[in-house]
Design a protein around this ligand. Structure first.
Ligand code: PGA
Length: 262
């Protein structure tokens, strides 16, 4: 099952996630990271940026390769809310990553049709994703795999739910500007990553987290696909953990982890 870490606040969650990424990159300087957008991962990027090139942590992400989970369809090139722009602004630049090594679905200049298959080939050619960062939507989506997504789906075009469009309207001038379609890694694509790192903060995510971690595995709650993966770390604050039946056990397990697990 997933290792569930219940943290004091998003900043602590970001530190723990950053430490996992830093250890991976120390062992494999050209590691392949699966990158997520949204508000949730921001504390990770902040914690990593603070370590970047400092004397205390000689973290160098310059050779790390990245594959974003998803991208809107239909925004003009260079739109500030395209995930290409968001990843460049929030991840690549502050972390000193090489933009040429970071990919977003559909960014290869080819047609949207077939873009998913091409992205899959490119991930495979990079040797697969070592660590995939994930947020979760209130619909239970990971990536933009909305309810009903096949548990073995691959990168493809999806239609966003109205809930997700409303949730993301805060990034746009008006709700109508939120695209209706996206390219997203599939649940099967995500499950191929060697380590899944799912974060969620705030009570609005409590139901999605309970369903993902403890609910039945079902395409109705796509995040529950993580239960099919052998190596998952879930980092949540107390409000997001509020509906977990086994929260006390997760706290006990974390507090009593063995030396080699620390
Ligand atoms: P958020 O989005 O991190 O902005 O809450 C998460 C998601 O929709 O996957």
């Amino acid at each position: 099952m997933a290792e569930v870490v219940i943290v004091r606040d998003p900043a602590e969650g970001g530190e723990i996630a950053a430490e996992l990424i830093a250890r991976l990159v120390a062992a494999k300087p050209d590691a392949v990271l699966g990158l997520a957008t949204g508000s949730t991962p921001l504390p990770i990027w902040k914690a990593l940026a603070a370590r970047n090139g400092t004397a205390a942590h000689s973290l160098d992400l310059g050779r790390v390769r990245g594959f974003a989970l998803d991208e809107y369809i239909g925004l003009p090139p260079g739109h500030p809310e395209s995930y290409r722009s968001v990843i460049t602004r929030e991840v690549v630049e502050p972390l000193g990553m090489n933009p040429a090594l970071v990919r977003v679905p559909g960014d290869d200049g080819g047609p949207t049709e077939g873009a998913g298959e091409r992205y899959e080939r490119d991930i495979a050619a990079a040797g697969g994703v070592d660590l995939q960062v994930l947020g979760i939507g209130r619909t239970g989506h990971i990536g933009f795999n909305e309810p009903g997504s096949s548990l073995v789906s691959r990168t493809r075009v999806k239609t966003l739910t109205e809930q997700t469009r409303a949730d993301n309207a805060r990034f746009f001038d008006s709700p109508e500007q939120v695209p209706r379609h996206c390219l997203t890694q599939g649940l099967g694509t995500i499950l191929d990553a060697r380590h899944l790192l799912l974060l969620a903060f705030g009570e609005a995510k409590a139901s999605a987290i309970a369903g993902a971690v403890e609910g039945p595995v079902s395409s109705s709650l796509p995040g529950s696909a993580i239960q099919l993966h052998p190596f998952v770390t879930v980092i949540v604050d107390s409000p997001a953990a509020a509906k977990l039946a086994y929260a006390d056990y997760y706290r006990f397990a974390w507090d009593n982890r063995l030396d080699f697990e620390r």
